[in-house]
Design a protein around this ligand. Sequence first.
Ligand code: PLP
Length: 376
Amino acid sequence: MKVYLDNAATTPVDPAVYEAMQPYLKNDFGNPSSTHSFGRISKSAIEEARKKVSDILNASPGEIFFTSGGTEADNTSLNGLIRRYNIRNVITSPIEHHAVLHSLEFFESIGMAHVQFLDVDKKGNIDKDQLIDLLKDKKDSLVSLMHANNEIGNLIDLEEIGEICREHKALFHSDTVQSIARYALDLNKVNINAVLGSAHKFHGPKGIGFMYINASTRIPPYIIGGGQERDMRAGTENVYGIVGLAKAMEIAYDNLSLNKKLIESLKSRMIKGLKNTIPGVKFNGLSENIKNSLYSVLSVSLPPSDKNEMILFQLDLNDIAASGGSACGSGALKGSHVINALKADKDRTTIRFSLSKFNTPEEIDYTLDKIKEILN
Ligand code: PLP
C-alpha cells in the first residue's frame, strides 16, 4: 500500500481537473492576447475561470488576478500594498509562511517598512490585545496574518481581525493558501484587502494561483511586461493552469461539507490511534482540536526516543509520505520556525500528517500499524 499523507505540501491532481485542462494542452493552444479565433478561445477560458473563482468567493471578476502560485501572490500583494499606501508599520506573526516572512524581512532590509511580530503562546494563538495595542495611534499600518497555518493548523477569525483593522484604519492581508477550497469564504463580508490561493493545495496543478485584491485597493504590478491580467501581472497566461485551478476550486466547493466530514473523521481516527499507540504523544498547536483547527492537518509531537530520528525515513521505506515541520522547503526533520515559535520541547520530534479526500480509513490504520512497528 502506498499512502500519501503530505497534502499540505501538495495534493494529487483530481482526474476531473486533468480532463478539464487537456484541451488547452492540445488543440486550444492560442495565446490569449492574440485577437484571432485561437487567441479568443484561450481568452474566454481565462475569463470563465476568473468568473468561477470570483463567484465562489463572492468577489467580482475584476478583483481576481492569476499568478504563478501562492508565493508570487504573497510577494506581489505585500510589495504592492506597502509601496502604494506608504506603509511604515507591518504587523505579522512569527508563524507565517516563508513567502510572507522572508518577503517582509526583505522589505525591512531595504528600508521599505518596519516589521513587528505578535507574540504567540505555546498553542500558537496570536495575542489580539497586542495587535490592538500596536495599531493604536498609528497610521500607515498593514497587518499580515495567515488564515490557516500550514504546519500546526491554527486558524484565525478573518472577520474579527478584519474589524480590528477597520477600526484602526490598517490594511489587512491574509495568506489563505491552506484554507481556500477547505472553508467557505465570503469576501463581501470580510474587511480585507488581499487574500490568495494556490491550485496545487486543492487538487489542481502546480505553478498556478490567484490573488484577490479588493476593488477599493489599488496596487502596482510586481512583474512587468506585456500588460496581461489588466496590467497587474505580465507574462503569457498559464491557460491550462488557470482552467485547472478554477475546475479544482469548483469541485472543492461543490463537495465542501462532504469532504470536510470525511477528512475530519480520518483525522479523529488518526488522533485516537496515535493516543492508543504512543504513550506521551502530544499534538502541536491546536491541531488536536478537530473543530477549531484546519481539519486537514495533524501536527504530532512525539515523546523523546532514539527511534524518532529515523521515523520519517522509516515511514518512507514503508511507502508512507508525511513530513517533519513544513515540507515546503524540504522533507527533512529540520527545525521548523513555527514549532520553534511555540517554544516546544527540543527533545520531542514533530511529524505532520496532512489529509485529503483521497485518503481512506485503511490508509490511516496501515500508517498507525507501521508507526507502532517502527517505534517498538
Ligand atoms: N503560503 C502557505 C501557507 C503555504 O502553505 C504555501 C505552500 O507551500 C505557500 C504560501 C506557497 O504556495 P506556492 O507553493 O503556490 O508558491
